[in-house]
Ligand binder design. Structure first.
Ligand code: NZQ
Ligand code: ZN
Length: 407
């Protein structure tokens, strides 16, 4: 096992009715901005419940944070925060709202350059951020208990020298950008998160399934690498995978089953709160390739993972061999004497599981063919985040092979 330092400062309020206690976690004099998404929390009464719990505190609202939250949407909120001396943020929604709020927390305190620079250096230079809490409505990302966020930028304004003559100067043109980048900083852990499983009852089946796949792949990114004799992390990861395999189908069949929803919610949080990743190698190539697919083609985050993961397992089967065999035995109960056959079956069972949840696992299912490969690989190149993988052996060429095999 590698050395590690683990500190997760997020307080979790878990269970039905816990929204009522958020007042205990926010200073009485706080000037709060509540952030939310496209309106589900308004429609289903979660926002009203949150406002009731805040009592007489000063409170503004900023809605409209979209899935795959964008810089363009968020920047007006930075202005709102500064203008109104907001000193506490409260995210009410799924991963996109929480990630967007992390960006706001850091951007509101950012001095000097364009806050997009926070994404360009991955969060390394964030010096200060506003405190914030979260009320989770969609179990999936783990954002409610981690310090990472993923923000997209769709267009950029580029300065062009203006035509010569008396009005010489610059004019601005709008250029497509399609970037989806990650930042992380210990300053953007939520101070608290409310995990009330009943708030996930209203999710469309598609979003519930997305959450199951996202959490499943988060675990694989930290587990399916190479062994370092980290028994606690391995068995925690296996427990979470088995929980998702059991509870995923149960939740889809019975959306108002409290216990199934509760198990799913806690498993998704535990999948990416830093615990199972302590002291072990991590991969994350599936996520990095997936982010480019979302940025260029608009697939949901989990759809991209369902497409890339089986293909990556296949392409990396030699470097991941020992852990793939462990995964085959302990998760899929496969005991064939032929090692390669066990690995083949483990990969196809994984694909079948995603498909059984209603998530397609081929790029072609989303209308994407080989004509898309050049642009996807060019974006990876542009972002300079390679080679990828736990052994840093996923080069641009290998990324292309993985994407091609995913069609
Ligand atoms: O916007 P509203 O109207 O609220 O509707 C949302 C949205 O359309 C809806 N929804 C959420 N809770 C609901 C609900 N509808 C009915 N009832 C409820 N209780 O679901 C839709 C999707 O929401 P979104 O927040 O986008 O989904 P998710 O939680 O899957 O977040 C995805 C984002 O998180 C990033 C992804 O890249 C993507 O941008 N990730 C963040 C990570 C992190 N911070 O650690 C890690 C992940 O790997 C991931 O990359
Ligand atoms: Zn993810």
């Amino acid at each position: 096992m590698y050395n590690f330092s683990f500190h997760n400062p997020t307080r979790i309020l878990f269970g039905q009715g816990e929204i009522a206690r958020i007042g205990e976690c926010i200073p009485a004099q706080a000037r709060i901005l509540i952030t939310y998404g496209g309106g589900s929390v308004v429609r289903f009464g979660v926002l009203d419940e949150v406002k009731a719990a805040l009592g007489e505190r000063f409170c503004l609202e900023f809605g409209g944070i979209e899935p795959n939250p964008s810089y363009e949407t968020l920047m007006p909120a930075v202005e709102l925060i500064r203008r109104n001396n907001i000193d506490f943020l409260l995210a009410v929604g799924g991963g996109s709202v929480i990630d967007g709020t992390k960006f706001l927390a850091a951007a509101a305190c950012w001095i000097g350059s364009d806050p997009w620079d926070i994404l360009l250096d991955g969060g390394a230079t964030v010096q200060k951020a506003l405190p914030f809490g979260a009320v989770l409505t969609l179990p999936a990302t783990g954002s409610e208990m981690n310090c990472g966020a993923v923000i997209s930028r769709n267009v950029t304004r580029v300065a062009l020298p203006a035509a010569n003559g008396a009005n010489a100067g610059v004019s601005l043109i709008t250029k497509s950008q399609h970037d989806k980048l990650v930042f992380s900083s210990p300053l953007v852990y939520p101070q608290f998160s409310v995990l009330d499983p009943t708030k996930s009852y209203t999710l469309p089946a598609q979003q519930t399934a997305n959450g199951i796949v996202d959490a499943f792949v988060h675990i694989l990114e930290q587990y399916l690498t190479f062994p370092v004799d980290a028994k606690v992390q391995d068995r925690f990861a296996e427990g979470l995978l088995l929980t998702l395999l059991e509870e995923g189908p149960r939740v889809l069949a019975d959306p108002q089953n409290y216990d199934a929803r509760a198990n799913l919610m806690w498993a998704a949080t535990m999948a990416l709160n830093g615990l199972i990743g302590c002291g072990v190698p991590q991969d994350w190539a599936t996520h990095m390739l997936g982010h480019e697919i979302t940025a260029l083609h608009g697939l949901d985050h989990a759809q991209t993972l369902a497409v890339v993961m089986p293909s990556l397992m296949q392409a990396q089967r030699d470097v991941k061999r020992q852990k793939l065999l462990q995964y085959a035995e302990r998760i899929w109960d496969l005991h064939d004497r032929d090692d390669d056959k066990r690995i083949d079956l483990a990969i196809s069972r994984t694909r079948d599981f995603f498909e059984s949840l209603g998530i397609n696992t081929r790029l072609a299912d989303y209308g994407i063919g080989s004509e898309a490969l050049d642009a996807l690989v060019a974006k990876l190149d542009q972002h300079g985040r390679y080679p990828l993988g736990e052994r840093q052996d996923i080069t641009l060429e290998r990324s292309r092979t993985i994407l091609a095999a995913a069609i």
